[in-house]
Design a protein around this ligand. Structure first.
Ligand SMILES: Cc1cc2nc3c(=O)[nH]c(=O)nc-3n(C[C@H](O)[C@H](O)[C@H](O)COP(=O)(O)O)c2cc1C
Length: 171
């Protein structure tokens, strides 16, 4: 049972950026679209990111390519409570379009999200949010991610992958 959730991996290893008294970035694999204009993310309430989102009620979800894997790992293993991850890891940010929270410069795509609701589970909170602005690099996204986008996906533990081949049903 301990690894049951890993049956639902690999899944895109996103980076969530949150801003209140400080700007912070955290790796996030537990996310899902809910309706076309809404998204849900699960954040451990021990994480500094939780505190920031709970206060600001907004965040950005950033899709990165596999060549940013080291950055994804670092923001997923260090806490913004201990270090300034934006400064220490040289993360370049760009101003938000519809919200105060920035997104990561050079990402493949990002969503700007405003929190609508929070569901508290034992350790994690699920934030349900409205997508108020979205952008994707047209070289890599044409209605869907193109194979060449090589988005970073988390398999589990220290393993990551990218979508390598696309298939279509026969009908
Ligand atoms: C690939 C990957 C995916 C992760 N997914 C999540 C997630 O979905 N939810 C979560 O709360 N933590 C997740 N984590 C753990 C946080 O990123 C990690 O605890 C981070 O250090 C928290 O940083 P913070 O305290 O600055 O918010 C993930 C870590 C990695 C490496």
């Amino acid at each position: 049972m301990r690894y049951a959730y890993r049956l639902l991996h690999p899944r895109p290893a996103l980076v969530v950026v949150a801003k209140n008294e400080k700007t912070n970035a955290m790796a996030l694999a537990w996310h899902m679209p809910v309706e076309e204009s809404k998204v849900a993310i699960a954040v451990d309430r021990e994480n500094y990111t939780y505190e920031l989102i709970a206060k600001s009620k907004e965040f950005t979800l950033n899709v990165l390519s596999i060549d940013k894997l080291d950055l994804i790992w670092k923001v997923g293993t260090y806490s913004g409570r201990e270090i300034d991850k934006i400064k220490e890891f040289g993360i370049e940010l760009e101003e938000g379009v519809k919200i105060e929270t920035p997104h990561i410069k050079g990402c493949l795509g990002y969503l700007e999200c405003k929190v609508l609701d929070e569901i508290k589970l034992e350790e994690h909170s699920i934030f349900i949010a409205e997508i108020v602005h979205a952008w994707a690099d047209k070289r890599y996204f044409k209605e869907v991610w193109l194979e060449k986008a090589k988005i970073a996906m988390h398999v589990g533990k220290k393993f990551f992958t990218t979508p390598s081949e696309y298939f279509k049903p026969s009908e």
